[in-house]
Design a protein around this ligand. Sequence first.
Ligand code: ZN
Length: 461
Amino acid sequence: FALCLFREKKRRKIEALSEKMAVDEGHVACGGDWDGRWNHLKKFLERSGPFTLPDFEPGTETLQFLLETCKILVIGAGGLGCELLKNLALSGFRNIHVVDMDTIDISNLNRQFLFRSKDVGRPKAEVAAEFVNSRVPGCNVTPYPYFRVELRLTLTFEYFIARRWMNGMLISLLNYENGVVDQSTIIPLIDGGTEGFKGNARVILPGMTACIDCTLELYPPQINFPMCTIASMPRLPEHCIEFARILQWPKEEPFGDGVSLDGDNPEHIQWVFMKAQERASEFNITGVTYRLTQGVVKRVIPAVASTNAVIAAACATEAFKIATSAYVTLNNYLVFSDVDGLYTYTFEAERKENCSACSQVPQDLQFSSSAKLQDVLQYLTESTSLQMKSPAITTTLQGKNKTLYLQVINIKRSLVFSFSLSPSVLVSLTGAELGLADGQELAVADVTTPQTVLFKLNFTS
Ligand SMILES: [Zn+2]
């Protein structure tokens, strides 16, 4: 009976809601803002309260600003992005721009609720924008299923690099006067991320509070399985899958010469899955499944819809507080986990005095004069505070600009322009052999930052 009653209640509720929506529809024609539409926001913006900022002046202007002037850019229209777009649109943000170069996969549909099965294969940004625009009258989401070349390069890499790149871009837009940042040039960055049942949200005021690169040590570089384990002493199903992916695929080239493994191609995954199974049975390892194979090959991070909802809500709330300047914002890092019960914690991530992105302090490179170029490269890529991906190093020698090292990732080959030496010879040369002096300035470009980072080479004795 309870169930019947529940169903009946639900049916009535749906009826009532659809009537309400029919009313909403009627208002679309007359411009969108019907009586009482923004009452939920007016409660926050048209009166003061114990948590409003001291210099906040309640009134109608703030809501007008939110509805008409404020612009917001959302990067990513995936699990978090769908939640966030919905939250922002319902919080009064109307001028929303969304970037995502991915297309919709059937596996997204369980949590990326702006997408339907008819949308599979279409660009996420476009479909998300269409959905929100049609559902929330007056909202104007502009999709960017593509982006500028540099960002495209970084986005196809991994999302973490895109974060750092965006962080660097906002820092590059800052103006300084006598070493003090001009606050009118600050564009706040709100960053949210989830991994399974864990998530975090943070507020970054570039030039004022800790930036992504200030806290780079919080993000250890991705750990790969050691090659010797994969090749000779596998213990986990993942080791067997990696064996098939890294060693067997290039050797056997099952789909023709030079055809690289495509994580979205079911036949490719099936091949790796079969090979991994063979390998696993040789070593009495269990647990190799098609799904795990796909996860390992595509490096899928498990996605949990409820975690995304919590983090997106936190991010949208911070966006609302910043845009309206009505309430104290998160200071500045929130951690959420529901792995073992529920856990939430906030702390103030601190700025790093010599942050390579936001400190304006020249970066020191301490090396002995006998150190080789490859030692420098290794430091740039492996140091937890830098974590560069493919640094290109240039410097000035005898008044001329020289490229010391440049790696072209897609060709998987390194090119050197300014020296007539092969990269392998070049990286084995010492600073002295290259003609570098103590105090030499090295300009380093990398996909993790839109700006060149300047380093000063200091020889230690
Ligand atoms: Zn920083």
